[in-house]
Design a binder for this molecule. Structure first.
Ligand code: COA
Ligand code: AMP
Length: 633
């Protein structure tokens, strides 16, 4: 049997034995006696009775083993013209003191801490300090608006919120403190303290007795030792978009997470101890959690914290500069970033200025890598390019090429083959397994692999309903796709109201709720349509109330501002089309998918249940007149 099949099959058929062996690669305080168990609700748990500390695995163990002088993190901020290397010993010293600082403010095992920060070393320090105390961090992406932050504050009920005086987007300084103040005004729950990092471009006043300066606290704190936690104790909550306005609080454990991430570094990324690993994402997303922070540090790689963009910081050679300057061996980014580079430097003029002989492979995820982008980057790099598929809920790849053991190459358009522990299947709506090349729902046969979500924060019922109830014995991923005769899977996109804009996961359902709240809107549908750069962008189709007396020329701007204010600029909600009516089935269900097909110019079948087929022509004409959608640009 070929090596991949052997490894994969044993991960499914002898799962406990397989993961027990993998668990032996990490330094437990107490090794797990039980490998796989179910809790009282029937949810699976990996290594529940083991004891460990994730911060210990990321830092202490490496320093103890004599690697204190190895660089743990290179921080590079082109906008601030600032660079710095942090060794494992330095990072440990900062983290143990910041853990002491948090402890002095009352943070204990199980308490939640919200981290609303840009891409700075203090974000990693804060995350690891929480892990050290057994506290549960919840990092909120800096691009979210106060309302989104407030929702997370009310749900997670953090004892402390940590923020910074500013972030930086290209040249734009984003002041975080007013955003946090506004979020606290909107939230019902109030934390007992706020800790603020003062940054050089903008300082803010700490005028409340519950506001503390990050470094003053750190410098006055006593180092705190690692607190032992159970394998199934939560390490973090990460909120992600679902189909409604309320985000889902994905809960990650300590034990399964550490074992799975270490496994992935060896088998998926083939990243060895001491190598340089760079995931060009943001710590506010799951890719940042797993592959900027936890996995590279657990594997004793050097990770890169890049506070910049693929382009304009200062040019489209930004990524290639980082790779050659820090001798990056493994690089991970989103297709949207590659498309942005391609747009500015199609001929690879910037690319040719750098020597990238250090680079072994490029990994892509966050959205499907369209074949033209795949071909372009592969030709440019002349290295293996691997698209791999995962989601916030899994925390690490479910499909990909296990580069260490699988010699087959990636296929363009495919996200690869199932990774160990994931029994990935394509099902019909009724739960029947479909044949090769038949498109259906992408599901995982339970149990999920170690490292996947435990549940949703304070919402076991939501977890059960969103993922498990529809087809018994399976976890539904929310994606649609197919597999070919050679077991390569093709993920074709979400089948729910979730879209991916620049690799950022957003809910069109949530946008619809916001658009519908405008006094002039009678009815609306928000749909994600294809975009050359961002993968997808949202567009709102609205029907105005007869009684609407406002200026129709202004409504697009008003709605765009409303979404920006409630979700944030990252929603990229800019296009609104006023229509006379929306296409619906006879039972009143809005045919969003069809509107998407019309805008994208892709083929579709008009459903027999459509109320009035003529309306599709109207929508087509409106889109064409407004030049919205790839089909009409
Ligand atoms: N804080 C505040 N605002 C933010 C933000 C943050 N962290 N991130 C993005 N925004 C804002 C941007 O400033 C922009 O605002 P604007 O409308 O006022 O200009 C808006 O959100 C949209 O941002 P984005 O979608 O990133 O578009 P862009 O034109 O600024 O940049 C790219 C385009 C392709 C360069 C950028 O999207 C990119 O780097 N993409 C890769 C992202 C990635 O790696 N995603 C995968 C995560 S796993
Ligand atoms: P997130 O939870 O933000 O990581 O988004 C997860 C979603 O992004 C998945 O459910 C997919 O819809 C999409 N996605 C991520 N990676 C890929 C990929 N390699 N191919 C296709 N879709 C992807």
């Amino acid at each position: 049997m070929e090596k991949y099949t052997e490894n994969y099959t044993s991960s499914i058929k002898e799962k406990e034995l397989f993961w027990k062996e993998q668990s032996q690669h990490i330094a437990w305080f107490k090794e797990p006696g039980k490998i796989l168990t179910q809790n009282e609700k029937g949810f699976y748990r990996w290594f529940a009775d083991g004891e460990l500390n994730t911060c210990y695995l990321c830092l202490d163990v490496h320093v103890k083993n004599g690697f204190g002088n190895q660089v743990a993190v290179y921080y590079d901020s082109p906008a601030l013209n600032s660079k710095r290397a942090y060794t494992y010993a330095e990072l440990l010293s900062l983290v143990e003191k910041f853990a002491g600082a948090l402890s002095s403010k009352g943070v204990q095992k199980g308490d939640r801490v919200i981290i609303y920060m840009p891409m700075v070393i203090e974000t990693i320090i804060a995350m690891l300090a929480c892990a050290r105390l057994g506290a549960i961090h919840s990092v909120v992406f800096g691009g979210f608006a106060p309302q989104e932050l407030a929702t997370r504050i009310d749900d997670a009920q953090p004892k402390i919120i940590i923020t910074a005086s500013h972030g930086i987007e290209f040249e734009k300084i984003i002041s975080y403190k007013p955003l946090l103040d506004k979020a606290l005004e909107l939230a019902t729950f109030q934390p007992s303290a706020t800790i603020l990092l003062q940054r050089e471009k903008l300082q803010c006043e700490l005028n409340n007795k519950n506001e503390f300066d990050f470094y003053t606290l750190l410098q006055n704190a006593k180092p705190h030792p690692c607190v032992s936690v159970k394998g199934s104790d939560p390490l973090y909550i990460l909120y992600t978009s679902g189909t409604t306005g309320k985000p889902k609080g994905v809960v990650r454990d300590n034990g399964g997470h550490a074992v799975a991430l270490r496994y992935s570094m060896e088998y998926v990324y083939d990243a060895k101890q001491g190598e340089i690993f760079w995931a060009a994402s943001d710590v506010g997303w799951v890719v940042g959690h797993s592959y900027i922070v936890y996995a590279p540090l657990i594997q004793r790689c050097t990770t890169i914290l890049y506070e910049g963009k693929p382009i304009k910081t200062p040019d489209a050679g930004a990524f290639w500069r980082i790779i050659s300057e820090y001798q990056v061996n493994t690089f991970f980014t989103a297709p949207t970033a590659i498309r942005a580079i391609k747009k500015e430097d199609n001929e690879g003029v910037f690319f040719k200025q750098y020597n990238l002989s250090c680079l072994k492979r490029l990994f892509l995820a966050g959205e499907r890598c369209d074949p033209p982008t795949f071909d372009w980057i592969k030709t440019l790099l002349q290295k293996p390019v691997i698209d791999h598929w995962w989601q916030t809920e899994s925390g690490w790849p479910m499909l990909g090429i296990t580069t260490k053991i699988d010699t087959s190459t990636a296929k363009r358009g495919s996200a690869g083959k199932p990774i160990a522990g994931y029994d990935v299947v394509i099902l019909s709506e009724e739960g029947k397994k479909l044949n090769a090349n038949e498109e259906g729902l992408v599901a995982i046969q339970l149990p999920l692999a170690p490292g996947c979500l435990l549940t949703l924060w304070n919402n076991d019922e939501g977890f059960q309903q969103s993922y498990l109830d529809q087809l018994k014995g399976y976890y539904l991923t929310g994606d649609g796709g197919l597999k070919d005769d050679e077991n390569y899977f093709f993920i074709m996109g979400r089948i729910d109201d979730v879209i991916n804009v620049s690799g950022h996961r957003l809910s069109t359902g949530q946008m619809e709720e916001i658009v519908a709240s405008h006094t002039g809107v009678a009815e609306c549908a928000v749909v994600g349509i294809a975009d050359k750069l961002k993968g997808q962008v949202p567009i709102g189709f609205i029907v105005l109330k007869n009684s609407f007396k406002g200026n129709t020329n202004l409504i697009e701007g008003e709605l765009a501002n409303l979404v920006r204010e409630k979700i944030g600029a990252i929603a990229c909600f800019k296009n609104v089309l006023i229509v006379n009516r929306l296409p619906k089935t006879r039972s009143g269900k809005i045919l969003r998918k069809i509107m998407r097909h019309i805008a994208d110019g892709t083929t579709f079948q008009t459903p027999a249940t459509i109320d009035d087929p003529l309306i599709l022509e109207e929508i087509k004409t409106e889109l064409s007149n407004a030049k919205i959608g790839l089909a009409f640009e």
